[in-house]
Design a protein around this ligand. Structure first.
Ligand code: PMP
Length: 360
């Protein structure tokens, strides 16, 4: 840190992204990316934009916004497009949280919520998940402040039904509820349709997972027009050109390519079911994930120990050190072939551990 750095940020603990190693070729099951490339058409459209890069992009992303509105059956004024859903979430913190109005989120959830809260200097409340990782809905409804709810939750993968989300949104119509649907396309129930009925609901989604564009950085929010206008105000006060030309072009195709999208989501779900069964056969406890990852622990090996052993064997998964979840690992669903390798490596690691135990 330099001597010039503002006191305001001196004590920040920034978000720690999953490892993106360059030095060794790993099977990457640690940051919930898609194992499938963007469609051929998306690649072609993005490439065609390269020769126009001397021009600023359209700050309203009109074509893309229209495609999203069509896909979700909402009006264009109900959609905002941003640089990843992280940016939409950040805007929501700026717009709806401050010293008087806290952000409310679960103690075990997407780590960026706490970072945004600290960064924006708002108050925040962490609501503990129940011991089975379920959301204490009644407790949550009684809180005051702007709720940020990942649904399905990360890293547990557990999802709330649309009717439960509606209960939370309807319980207090004088506060905003942000539902982060980064993983909803893998078996969750979206609450986008509730934005017609509730002007206090913001749904955020991303192109990073189900639409194979993590590297492009693209996400969107859907809400009542009032909320979208608030977020646009913040976007136009910070960085109106936040979505670049190539990303917007690839995103447009990814939104229109319904067949490619749904077939990839189906593949992930069937590979998830297969992997879950394999892990359970090996004695793992695995949550009922509706996301493109599994959250699993074993009595036979510690969470960190398995993470390290897998890394040594060329497979990266994500381990978190928080006490409540330190026995677990979050494992992204890759291709069927990658998951077969993962399962084989885990078998070898557990067998080696068993031999060691017998020897001692
Ligand atoms: N929400 C959740 C729950 C996530 O796990 C992630 C991905 N790390 C994001 C939002 C951010 O996604 P994006 O790549 O669109 O910024």
């Amino acid at each position: 840190m330099s001597k010039f750095f503002s006191d305001r940020y001196a004590s920040l603990a920034p978000y720690v992204p999953g490892e993106q190693p360059k030095e060794k070729k790993y099977i990457k099951l640690n940051t919930n990316e898609s194992p499938f490339p963007p469609s051929k058409r998306a690649q072609k459209y993005a490439a065609a934009e390269l020769k126009k890069l001397m021009l600023y992009p359209d700050p309203d992303c009109k074509g893309l916004t229209k495609a999203i509105a069509n896909r979700y059956g909402v009006e264009e004024g109900q959609v905002i497009v941003n640089n990843g859903s992280d940016e939409t979430l950040y805007f929501a913190f700026l717009a709806y949280c401050d010293k008087k109005r806290p952000a409310v989120f679960m103690d075990i959830t997407y780590g960026f919520y706490k970072v945004f809260a600290e960064f924006t200097g708002c108050k925040y409340v962490e609501v503990p998940l129940n011991s089975d990782f379920s959301v204490p809905v009644d407790k949550l409804k009684k809180t005051k402040g702007t709720i940020f709810l990942a649904n399905p939750n990360a890293p547990t993968g557990l999802a709330l039904s649309k009717s439960t989300i509606e209960e939370i949104v309807a319980a207090d119509r004088d506060r905003v509820v942000v539902v982060d649907e980064a993983y909803v396309d893998f078996g969750g129930e979206s609450c986008v349709s509730l934005t017609e009925k509730y002007d206090n609901l913001l749904v955020t989604q991303t192109f990073s997972k189900s639409r194979s564009l993590a590297g492009a950085r693209l996400g969107f929010g859907i809400a009542d027009k009032g909320i979208i206008a608030d977020l646009q105000r913040i976007k136009y006060s910070t960085n109106p050109y936040n979505v670049n030309r190539t990303t917007a072009a690839a995103g447009l195709c990814a939104m229109e390519d319904e067949k490619y999208f749904s077939s990839n989501c189906e593949k992930i779900q069937s590979t998830r079911t297969w992997t879950k069964t394999q892990l359970e056969d090996l004695g793992f406890t695995v949550t009922d994930s509706k996301a493109n990852f599994l959250f699993a622990k074993s009595e036979k090996i510690g969470g960190e120990e398995l993470y390290v052993a897998l890394k040594e064997n060329g497979v990266l998964v994500r381990h978190f050190t928080a006490e409540k979840i330190k026995d677990y690992n979050r494992i992204t669903i890759g291709s069927q072939k990658e998951m077969q390798i993962l399962v084989d490596k885990i078998k070898t690691i557990l067998e080696a551990k068993q031999c060691e135990l017998l020897k001692s």
